[in-house]
Design a protein around this ligand. Structure first.
Ligand code: DOR
Ligand code: ZN
Length: 473
């Protein structure tokens, strides 16, 4: 046998354990895993002694802004950043220009992204209410990874772009959708059996409270939180869960930022509903007190809240309520982020720092390496219907592999990031435990921090019905 690549002597993740052994790759697939050395020649050999061989990490929440605001980021850059951070697959968000609101735009998007893709990718479809209700089922059939609904966001009626700082009465804008229309979105997505993922912030609360604090002239972070309080997230999650329960829709709560949010999801899961949630490193590793040091780079929607929320999110990870950690990679330029707290856009880079930050949490004893494999690989793949092709090291599946060195230490430096924008809240953050190789369907894309391959990424579509899979979570 001639193996394409043999990874030797690593601690290989088995889904329940780590075993020391060798992993054999042939034709882009995992061909064998063995504690003994198998016969044959190897075209490439990697010595992974004292390193961990893990299922390729998946970042389910990335805004590469391609096509659209490609001066901030594009897929060539974001997928290099992904590979540099040990991520073998990203799910690309649909608020591009044009948005992924119908099958034609989905097909064009696959053609646009593929030649730039350093890692594999799924593509989200967007829900715009009545504007694309008829496109939901066709988008499902054409292979979107899930459906995203920006609940509470106004949309530019020409470009369908999100309005970050929308004010009631703004012109050329589709205001946030009324609940009746949202109910119909849930119903329509429910027909597909796929996930509806919601950005959960109640716009009416935000409009009213923000106006008051803004008028007071305050520009401090506390003012931002008074205008966008925990209650805004709590109310939307509550409505979403109520609708999902009624309609049987699979609901996923994006970037949960509050303890109230975690508790609502926990309750719904206890009652047996297929409701899942994710959070992001900025909610796990930062709280409002960090604003003084970090400044406007830290502004995201929903905003980073309080220490008690941070603790509740960790608790949610420990008991499984929060089953995915993703980056919400949302780059803006330095100039855009440098300004008045009220007017600058929300979002920061994250796809490259996601895994190092979580691996550092392993080094600090906050979570186990097994939990990282679940949060970054197994759970996303299972929930979105691409397991075990993705998210596992099972023989016969795609050779998507992240090799990690838990003894390696570094400091995150903004200038070293591979994304076009370098806006991060984690500049100068020391981390222990870093990805040293990223392998996508057998091709080594990153080695020791360097991108070593041309774009080879492909679009991945979920298998038709993943409902059975989600029950095993
Ligand atoms: O902070 C954010 N940035 N939150 C969002 O919901 C959108 C994102 C973006 O696209 O910039
Ligand atoms: Zn987002």
């Amino acid at each position: 046998m001639v193996w394409d690549h043999v990874i030797k002597n690593g601690y290989i993740y088995t889904s329940t354990d780590f075993v020391k052994g060798n992993l054999y790759i042939k034709d882009g697939k995992i061909a064998a895993i063995s504690e003994m050395e198998l016969e044959g020649e190897a075209k490439k050999t990697t010595d992974a002694a004292e390193q961990y061989v893990l299922p390729g990490f998946i970042d389910t929440h990335v805004h590469s802004r391609d096509p659209g605001a490609t001066y901030k980021e594009d897929f060539y850059y974001s997928t290099q950043a992904a590979a540099a951070g040990g991520v073998t697959m990203i799910f690309e968000m649909p608020n591009t220009n044009p948005p992924i609101n119908n099958v034609e735009n989905l097909r064009k998007q696959e053609d646009n992204l593929t030649p730039k893709a350093h890692v594999d990718f799924g593509i989200w479809g967007i829900c715009l209410g009545d504007l694309n209700m008829k496109d939901i089922v066709p988008l499902h059939e054409a292979g979107v990874i899930g459906f995203k609904f920006f609940w509470g966001y106004a949309i530019n009626s020409q470009t369908f772009q999100l309005m970050y700082n929308y004010k009631e009465g703004d012109e050329g804008v589709i205001p946030p959708l009324p609940d009746g229309e949202v109910y119909d979105i849930f119903k329509e997505v429910g027909k597909t059996g796929q996930i509806i993922a919601i950005h959960a912030e109640n716009n009416q609360i935000i409009q009213r409270l923000t106006k008051k604090v803004e008028e007071s002239g305050r520009r401090d972070y506390e003012a931002l939180l008074e205008g966008r309080p925990n209650l805004a997230e709590e109310m939307t999650i509550q409505s979403g869960i109520a609708m999902a329960k009624k309609l049987g829709t699979r609901l996923h709560i994006l970037h949960v930022s509050t303890g109230e949010g975690v508790e609502l999801v926990r309750q719904a899961q206890r009652e047996g509903y297929p409701i899942t949630s994710e959070t992001c490193p900025h909610f796990l590793f930062l709280n409002n007190e960090d604003y003084e040091k970090i400044g406007p780079q830290m502004k995201v929607y929903p905003p980073v809240k309080y220490k008690k929320d941070q603790q509740a999110l960790w608790q949610g990870i420990q008991d499984g309520t929060v089953s995915i950690v993703c980056s919400d990679h949302a780059p803006h330029t330095e100039e855009e982020k440098d300004g008045d707290l009220w007017s600058i856009p929300a979002g920061m880079c994250g796809v490259e720092t996601l895994a190092p930050l979580l691996l550092n949490a392993v080094s600090e004893g906050k979570i186990s390496l097994q939990q990282v494999c679940e949060l970054l690989a197994e759970n996303p793949a299972k929930q979105f219907g691409i397991y075990p092709q993705k998210g596992s090291l099972a023989v016969g599946t795609d050779a998507d592999i992240t090799i990690v060195d838990m003894s390696k230490e570094t400091v995150i430096k903004r200038e070293n990031l591979h994304s076009k924008s370098k806006v991060t809240a984690f500049d100068q953050f020391p981390v222990k435990g870093i990805p040293v190789a990223t392998i996508v369907r057998g091709t080594t894309v990153m080695e020791n921090g360097e991108i070593v391959s041309e774009p080879i990424g492909k679009m991945v579509k979920p298998v038709a019905n993943s409902e059975k899979v989600i029950c095993s979570l």
